[in-house]
Design a protein around this ligand. Structure first.
Ligand code: ARG
Length: 471
């Protein structure tokens, strides 16, 4: 019979027992559950609510149980409903009445949320480490490829040349914000609900500050109703995971695109910018020649399930009246799934970035196509005093001329330029040189070599200060 069976004349059916149980999911939190019980027992003894002997027996009994679980010898019985009941039942079987005193001044409602907050802190911290490994790989890729130019795109069309390092660093900053979001989720979880009991607090003289300190929470939650029913910190964690997955899906998409040798009709060429390492590709069971970017696709696809986890919890929380409702039991599985998925994807992406081959020549070849110098030719005229709008129109005409001739801007003669505007001189060739075009973009945050080098340095400093937060 369940530990709460006193007021019942019959139990639930086998089916409903299993339907209502959360043990298959929450047994993952056994360590946190034991830590919470240990802190609660010590505090009860310090406050004179239970004897010191009972507290000592509870603490020792909990350690035995933790060892049994870690050795794989603990029997998880679905009839116990959840991890809290499982451990308490076995504790009482093992140590007798002392075990039955543990639940004094406590409810599973504050117990579960204590466990969950401790668990969420651990998940968020692990993910912060994972994100930093990927950030490190991106910084390395940016440093190793300094000077490599590729076409920057808008609307998937060639726009202006940029440094590959600049492109890598754009992702670095995305994942830097993910670190900050995970840290915020960590901080949101970092408050102690223990001592709120079922919903209203308790008549026992609990010392909530003591359990707050022992469990390593930064603060304690000031309202018992809010404490047992708040799941915002899990939404924060789900959201942090979702945004990180969206970033991974964008990076995956570029990796897939960049590794394709698909013919690009708009400039008669192919991508082949990178080669994904064999260890991150798979073949086909029928087509012997295939090398597919399966893992990048899988990461892109898995973004769907993580966003789904966020939507599921948002929907579960909607309209829930105070305080604890069994709906809240649905909170953990999705978050665990989101965190595990993000962890796996970050590890995979870090490996892919660190091992892929960069085809700088292919990037260079593409950069010569699609009139990447057009803006700089217009700037050339504007710097000679022509209003930019007029310069824009003149260069538009030159591009049209190139289109008709099937050539690029640097194939035009000085006469061609001069017939469009007599402001053009022989030095126009400088405005057509890719290296000069890139190097000249020295505004803060721009793609110029000197400012990208500074950006990489700033990124490395930011990563180091974020790392220090994890020490
Ligand atoms: N298994 C429950 C959960 O995960 C624990 C709290 C149950 N409390 C209750 N009164 N039914 O939320």
């Amino acid at each position: 019979m369940a530990l709460w069976s006193g007021r019942f004349e019959k139990g639930v059916s086998e089916f409903t027992q299993e339907f209502g149980a959360s043990l298959p999911v929450d047994k993952a939190m056994y360590h946190q559950d034991i830590a919470g019980s240990r802190a609660h027992a010590r505090m009860l003894a310090a406050q004179g609510v239970i004897s010191q002997e009972d507290a000592d027996a509870i603490v020792a009994g909990l350690s035995d149980i933790e060892k049994t679980i870690e050795e794989g010898n603990f029997v998880f019985d679905i009839n116990d409903e959840d991890i809290h009941m499982s451990i308490e039942k076995v504790l009482t079987q093992n140590i007798g009445d002392a075990g039955a005193r543990l639940h004094t001044g406590r409810s599973r409602n504050d117990q579960v949320i204590t466990d969950t907050r401790l668990y969420a802190k651990m998940l968020a911290e692990d993910l912060m480490h994972d994100v930093n490994s990927l950030r490190q790989a991106l910084i390395k890729a940016a440093k190793d490829n300094m000077g490599t130019i590729l076409p920057g795109y808008t609307h998937m069309q060639h726009a202006q040349p940029v440094l590959l390092s600049h492109h890598f660093m754009a992702y670095f900053w995305m994942f830097s914000r993910d670190f900050a979001r995970l840290k915020q989720a960590y901080d949101a979880a970092n408050a102690n609900p223990l001592g709120s009991a079922a919903l209203a607090g308790t008549t026992y003289p609990l010392d909530r500050a003591k359990t707050t300190e022992e469990l390593g929470f930064a603060t304690m939650i000031p309202n018992s109703l809010d404490a047992v029913s708040d799941r915002d910190f899990l939404l924060d964690l789900d959201y942090a995971c979702s945004v990180a997955m969206i970033h991974l899906s964008r990076l995956s998409e570029e990796i897939i695109l960049w590794s394709t040798s698909e013919f690009a009709w708009w400039n008669s060429s192919e991508f082949s910018y990178i080669a994904i390492d064999d260890s991150f590709c798979t073949g086909s069971s029928i087509m012997p020649q295939k090398k597919n970017p399966d893992f990048a696709e899988l990461i892109r696809g898995k973004s769907g399930r993580v966003v789904g986890d966020l939507m599921a919890l948002l929907t579960t929380m909607k309209s829930l009246p105070l305080a604890y409702n069994k709906d809240l039991q649905e909170d953990k599985e999705g978050v665990m799934d989101a965190c595990k998925t993000l962890h796996d994807c970050l590890v995979c992406m870090e490996g892919m970035i660190s091992t892929m081959k960069i085809n700088a020549d292919a990037m260079r070849t593409q950069s010569k196509k699609g009139y990447l110098a057009a803006t700089d030719v217009a700037d050339y005229l504007a710097k000679k005093g022509l209003p930019f709008r007029k310069a824009h129109e003149i260069v538009g005409h030159l591009v049209l001329l190139c289109d008709k001739r099937g050539c690029d801007l640097d194939d035009l003669t000085l006469e061609d330029f001069k017939s469009a505007s007599d402001l053009f001189e022989a030095d126009i060739t400088g405005a057509l040189d890719l290296e000069s075009i890139v190097a000249a973009r020295t505004t803060y945050g721009g793609t110029g070599n000197s400012v990208v080098a500074e950006q990489i340095e700033l990124g490395a400093q930011k990563l180091a200060s974020d790392e220090a937060l994890l020490k």
